[in-house]
Design a protein around this ligand. Structure first.
Ligand code: ZN
Length: 468
């Protein structure tokens, strides 16, 4: 089913070198510093359940494409917010998905799923309408076996580190259970406080009330609010966190005087904040958070540039993360300047920036990451962690940022089942890129081996402070 040399370069000489490089990294352990597997999956270690909900309904990459071709989300098991009915039969969802699987030809979603079907479940026929039921039965039966429980999969996938993504108000209860258990897998939270930092989000004021309850700080006042954020960071660090993550609409940063910042806080907490103040506040908070990172050591990740809920009627009907998010044009050189003026030269601080705007790679992000000691460039994200996206990334940034200013790979996976597929894909594509450099005599093969191992393994451990 899967060709052993898939995704390697077409030219036979380059392919042979790529093949050798790939063999060096194919079985390296997986470090997964950013993703969306829920920690209770590993804390409970229960059976994963229906494959349709695990692999289709929860994957907004799939929902997006199916919706674009006229498949109603209700038929894929997504329930409308008004309570109107949606498909609840996993087999029916699976069949519908299989009938439309040809829509995913030449997309990374199909590469990931084909790997998952073949390598994780041993499926030996292609998914399509007439094989849907047999594959559904086969996968469902396997998911009911102990060998397919989450902790067994974590071990089988040779995972070493898995960071989840958790809101600032999350009590981190599954993480507490994981730490208390005798299991030796390393699953840690990531501090993702957008809910209590972005005045533009629904429920912002109520969330500040909950933040006060959780921390005992007075979050109606600027100093108390900052103290509450510091307190939550301490709780996350105690649960094993090594990083924070911030999903902002832009990369705007601001460095106001304490007096101005306090006045801004008073304005955004007096209902409702206008758009300009909300943007300024998010920007000010990125600088406050960088200052906190310098104190407590959390790596600061910025995922900026997604226009969330671009399709308002779909978002109103089904909520967020349903495939209606669209990349925006970005300007990091201007927007990160206040942050970099203050902290760009700090060697003890790590700020990792991700983009959905590929036009910024060579013009902005590689030059910035290739200069400022505090700045690193995150791997291709979301629309771009695909074979072509990874190749474009390497081509556009390597000559200016080198390899050491990048941070390895993030799988950003929704399901534990697809994590190895994503790491295998990037290992193959990077091996192909490096083989091209070897053929052109821009890199010796032994150097390429070292770089391939860095990209697949060592850079992520270092950037995300896996070893402390
Ligand atoms: Zn993510």
């Amino acid at each position: 089913m899967l060709h052993d040399e898939r995704l390697l370069p077409a030219d036979p000489g380059t392919r042979r070198i790529a093949r050798r490089l790939y063999e060096h990294v194919r079985a390296l352990p997986i470090v997964s510093p950013h993703g969306h597997v829920h920690p209770s999956v590993l804390a409970d270690d229960g059976f994963l359940g229906d494959p349709a909900f695990e692999l289709v309904t929860s994957d907004h990459y799939l929902l997006r494409m199916l919706y674009s071709q006229g498949v109603p989300l209700e038929q894929l098991g997504v329930g409308p917010s008004d309570g109107s009915p949606a498909e609840t039969d996993g087999r029916a969802i699976w069949r519908r998905f299989a009938e439309h699987y040809n829509l995913f030809r030449a997309t990374p979603s199909k590469l990931w799923l084909d790997f998952t079907f073949a390598e994780v479940f041993g499926v030996d026929e292609p998914l399509q309408g007439d094989t849907a039921d047999a594959i559904y039965d086969h996968v469902t039966a396997q998911l009911a076996e102990d060998a397919f429980r989450p902790r067994a999969l974590y071990d089988r996938f040779r995972m070493e580190f898995l960071a989840t993504t958790d809101g600032a108000l999350d009590p981190l209860e599954p993480h507490a259970r994981l730490r208390a258990s005798a299991w030796r897998g390393r699953v840690v939270p990531t501090f993702r406080p957008d809910d209590v930092i972005d005045p533009g989000r629904p429920g912002f004021h109520a969330k500040l009330g909950q933040l006060a309850e959780l921390t005992g700080e007075d979050t109606t006042m600027w100093p108390g609010y900052l103290a509450a954020i510091r307190e939550r960071r301490r709780a996350f660090i105690a649960a094993g966190a090594t990083a924070s993550d911030h999903g902002h609409p832009t990369a705007a940063t601001a460095d106001l005087s304490p007096k101005e910042a306090e006045a801004l806080f008073a304005r955004v907490t007096a209902d409702p904040a206008d758009d300009e103040d909300a943007e300024l506040f998010r920007g000010q908070m990125l600088v406050e958070l960088a200052a906190m990172s310098l104190e407590d050591g959390l790596v600061l990740q910025l995922h900026a540039g997604s226009w969330r809920g671009h399709n308002p009627s779909l978002t109103a009907r089904f909520g967020s993360d349903r495939g209606a998010d669209i990349p925006k044009a970005m300007n990091y050189v201007r927007e990160l300047k206040p942050l970099l003026d203050r902290f760009g030269n700090e060697p003890e601080l790590t700020i990792i920036v991700y983009t959905l705007d590929e036009s910024t790679y060579s013009r902005e992000l590689a030059p910035l990451a290739g200069h400022y000691p505090a700045l690193r460039l995150g791997p291709p994200w979301w629309f771009h962690d695909s074979p072509e996206g990874i190749r474009r990334f390497r081509q556009l940034v390597t000559e200016t940022a080198g390899f050491a200013n990048t941070v390895g790979f993030n799988d950003d996976a929704r399901s534990l089942l697809t994590i190895p597929a994503r790491h295998d894909l990037v290992r193959r594509v990077d091996a192909g890129f490096l083989a091209g450099l070897v053929v052109e005599q821009r890199l010796e093969e032994d150097e390429a081996v070292e770089v391939a191992e860095d990209l697949a393994y060592r850079l992520a451990r270092r950037a995300f402070r896996v070893d402390g």
